[in-house]
Design a protein around this ligand. Sequence first.
Ligand SMILES: Cc1cc2nc3c(=O)[nH]c(=O)nc-3n(C[C@H](O)[C@H](O)[C@H](O)COP(=O)(O)OP(=O)(O)OC[C@H]3O[C@@H](n4cnc5c(N)ncnc54)[C@H](O)[C@@H]3O)c2cc1C
Length: 496
Amino acid sequence: MPRDHLKDVKDHYDVVVIGSGLAGLTSANILARQGRSVLLVEQHYKLGGLATWFKRPGHHIFDVSLHGFPYGMVKSCRRYWTREIADSIVQLTGIRFENPMFSVKTSFTREDFTRLLIEEFKVEPATVNEFFDTARSMNFYDDQETTARQLFDRFFPGRKDVIRLLMEPITYANGSTLEDPAISYGIVFSNFMSKGVFTFRGGTDALITAMEAELRKNGVHIAIRSDCEKIHVKTDGDAGSKVTGVTVNGREIKCDSVVSNSNLMSTIFKLAGEEVFDKSFIDQAKEVRVNNSSTQVYIGLKPDDPMEEETMGDLLFTSTAPTFNTEQLLSRDITSRTYSLYYPETRPEGRPQKLVVSSTNANWEDWDLPEEEYKASKEDLCETTLDALDNYLPNIRERAVHVEAATPRTFNHYTHHVNGASFGTKFEGLAVSRALPQQVKGLFHAGSVGIIMSGWLGAMNYGVIVANEVDSTLMTGGSASTDSAERDVVADVSAG
Ligand SMILES: Cc1cc2nc3c(=O)[nH]c(=O)nc-3n(C[C@H](O)[C@H](O)[C@H](O)COP(=O)(O)OP(=O)(O)OC[C@H]3O[C@@H](n4cnc5c(N)ncnc54)[C@H](O)[C@@H]3O)c2cc1C
């Protein structure tokens, strides 16, 4: 008989959280700490969503999205999780860029970027300072009309090399382009510049295991392999619409609020259904563009491989394209690869293994192929990546013991993200996500959305904002304002 993953689940909860990405996990934890009864359902057999890992023979453990986040994660993990989790966050200091325009190594801090821009790129010190101050003062609530391109043109007109240095890593970090609002660039860039790039010592598996223990300690009921098929909404004339429950694995469970960590588009169009929203809201939601996806190639090296942090660094941004161009960054004809290099120091458990993960932004359409063509494309991705990596790790084919690839289809398969989106939606998705509870009382979305609230830090903090709103709605029936709590969290995200 198949196992009933909802065996001990009660018939009613204050809140059901759909999905265990970093936003879902954090919302569930905060709500449970606030004394709410919380059911967390995850369709996959593992918690974490895109914050995930997998094991392969030879004791290799590959991290999928643990490549780097800003220092703000330390404060967020300490406040919303535990001191132990926060204390495992460590800095990555070897960030390299190799492309036809320049070859540089940096610790990716304001201080070091200032040095690079002045000494190597010959930019006036006053301009560099003014640029950093402008980016730093950008705020979530600021003007959304100015684009990143206009920001760069103001400070560095005609300097394609400078724009590449400043933009390429952020495009990799959240899929933003030169046409996106400057604030979505400025906030994320300043976050990283505040202290550099950080990672979680012990890997994603250690982080998610610690989070799961904390959730259980705080009383969250966790159900894996539990797919939410429907969010139930009751419409009551003048009283408006209200969430009443969910159907998970065919069973109906009642609740007063739902936090959906599922993709924003799936939440609206699949789980709740168009019919429960105003037409104008649905028109706005249909305009939301999902963010790009990614391809990755995971390479496990032999146990005694001589790859060294000192020479190879931790993050290596490479490109063979003559200039920076967002479309080219997404093209199936890959010219840009970001290599994350993992050493035993950041994964101290088990046997000392060294790994390389190559990541490239990608479009869903390029991988939505007939089966045979898809398989051949994946093999080609592995081979061309090994060719490219050979420039930095000579004889890589002899050194590698495991090579495999992931594509937008892989991310869609494991997380059900529309088009395998790596960073939720483009900027306009944020307003739609924020407006959900005004449409249906008790219905919230928390997850990577709108560029700023995406990535590990953004998703986690968006989970915090939404948890506070849910708590307030449960307490007051929705009348209390959470504006000041939201402003505090947003200030933290903006401050890196
Ligand atoms: C290749 C790659 C590299 C990345 N690199 C970085 C990086 O270096 N730094 C960084 O900060 N960020 C990075 N990111 C982005 C980051 O991982 C995500 O933004 C973040 O983890 C998303 O968290 P989330 O809360 O939005 O949920 P997600 O991780 O998207 O998880 C959503 C969860 O909901 C579950 N779910 C969906 N529908 C249902 C349903 N109906 N019922 C039950 N469960 C459901 C899914 O299974 C999933 O577990 C990367 C992403 C990718 C793909």
